[in-house]
Write a protein of this length. Structure first.
Length: 254
């Protein structure tokens, strides 16, 4: 109806979790890390190196992401495991949905290994968008767990790590990979699947990105067009709600 107020696309509990999460990340890293973060786009300007689905290309991509997230790549080793590696499959999965298994893994240094390790499934090499999202999430572990900022047993450790990707400018990749419709076909049959990467749903990413933009005084940011249709819709509903509720929530996060 005319004159109706914008409706928040997520629950009040989820909204409060996002805002509390941003506040915690601001305490850990400083609010300016969010305000000054470069929003990384899936374009040649941010990823100019040719990507030929090789380990060498993945390593170049990894170093660029380390730079954007302000992680010293000399302290982190990147490894790629075959999908059938049993040891990797037994770890907590970052990949969830119709394709089960672990897409990424963070390993904390022990007595023998001084460096942290980010490990990726070999099949990730075929999907550069998901590869960036997975690397960003695992480097989030490097920042939060490797830096001793977050208890690895924290109940929301994984979702908060996904939220960190928004906080540090990688939200487009991780939000777009939160739900992706994929069609496939071979010589004998064809079909479709819905793939889900990460721990946050699309609607929550939409609000998180809207709150990120709102805190940075970006009401309709240029990067909005890089979001998938669903996430972009959730973003617009969320930013409209934030602007309508501005007086009630005007206190900045952090």
């Amino acid at each position: 109806m005319f004159g109706s107020r914008p409706k928040l696309p997520i629950s009040e509990d989820d909204r409060l979790w996002v805002e509390n999460g941003f506040a915690r990340l601001s305490r850990f890293l400083g609010r300016n890390r969010m305000l000054q973060a470069e929003v990384v786009l899936p374009d040649e300007a941010h990823f100019p190196d040719p990507y030929e689905r090789s380990i060498g290309a993945a390593e170049k991509m990894f170093r660029r992401i380390c730079g954007y997230m302000k992680v010293d790549p000399r302290q982190v080793d990147l490894e790629v495991f075959p999908d059938e590696t049993e040891e990797l499959g037994r770890m907590l999965p970052y990949w969830q949905g119709s394709h089960s298994g672990c897409a990424g893994l963070y390993v904390h240094p022990d007595g023998e290994n001084k460096n942290m390790v980010v490990a990726l499934r070999e099949s990730q090499m075929d999907d550069p968008l998901a590869l960036v999202a997975t690397m960003a999430h695992e480097l989030g572990h490097v920042i939060l767990l490797g830096g001793g900022l977050l208890d690895p047993n924290a109940k929301d450790m994984e979702p908060l790590t996904d939220l960190l990707t928004v906080f540090l400018g990688f939200g487009i990749f991780n939000a777009n990979c939160a739900g992706r419709f994929r069609q496939w076909q071979d010589e004998l049959k064809q079909g479709w699947s819905m793939q889900h990467l990460g721990y946050l749903p699309q609607d929550l990413y939409g609000y998180a990105l809207a709150r990120f933009a709102y805190e940075r005084n970006e009401r309709r940011p240029k990067w909005l067009n890089h979001l998938s249709t669903n996430v972009r819709s959730y973003f617009r509903n969320s930013i409209d709600w934030l602007l309508a509720e501005e007086k009630r929530i005007k206190a900045p996060i952090g």
